[in-house]
Design a protein around this ligand. Structure first.
Ligand SMILES: [Mg+2]
Length: 209
């Protein structure tokens, strides 16, 4: 019986892939580096910036000394794009408000930093429906490690089988599956609508709210 829904943020509630991709490249290009769209989609998407930079140092000799500066710059560029582009989406407001009124508990677990999570949820008008949000600063190991979902399920005080996790990419799905929760995989943010969520809740054992 599903009692709670835990949402990933990027690619699920917010279409921010492009903002993260462009923001990181804007920072990397100052030093003559960039990530191709292919590498982004196959490897880097969904990982925290710090992990992407570590991979670039191992694979492409990006100097470690630049990590902190590039990361800070990237976060500023992401926030700029968020202020400009992040708007409420009716299907999400409708889905979350209706599920909440039906008694489901709703939380968010994202590999983004806390400042980005808070800004995006506020600008998308979704913060009022969320019992809590976890960012990559609330755990020591980011997705694909399941820690963030283990912490979220623990904070809800529920069993993994009582939670439906909504995820969009391989790093997130690996984390969600390892936590033992039910996983709803979406292709894009438009898949995240009331009817689709309800179908997955029922397939996972029905309503427990
Ligand atoms: Mg995602």
């Amino acid at each position: 019986m599903i009692k709670a829904i835990i949402f990933d943020m990027d690619g699920v509630l917010i279409d921010a892939k492009e903002w993260h991709y462009e923001a990181l490249n804007q920072a990397l290009e100052l030093f003559g580096f960039s990530i191709s769209r292919y590498d982004h989609l196959t490897t880097y998407d969904g990982l925290p910036t710090a992990d992407k930079l570590k991979m670039m140092s191992l694979e492409r000799a990006l100097p470690y000394g630049l990590h902190r500066f590039i990361n800070e710059l990237k976060q500023d560029y992401t926030l700029e794009r968020t202020y400009l582009n992040c708007k409420p989406l009716f299907i999400h407001e409708y889905a979350l408000s209706r599920l909440k009124s039906e008694g489901y508990r709703i939380a968010l677990a994202s590999n983004s930093i806390r400042r980005t999570v808070e800004l995006m949820m506020r600008n998308a008008n979704l913060d009022a429906y969320l019992e809590f949000c976890l960012s990559n600063q609330d755990v020591s190991r980011a997705k694909p490690d399941p820690e963030i979902y283990n912490v979220a399920i623990g904070r809800l005080g529920l069993a993994p089988a009582e939670c439906l996790i909504v995820e969009d990419n391989k790093n997130g799905i690996a984390a969600a599956e390892a936590s033992g929760g039910h996983v709803m995989r979406v292709r894009d943010i438009l898949d995240v609508n009331y009817d689709n969520l309800k179908r997955h809740i029922e397939a996972a054992g029905g309503a427990g709210a």
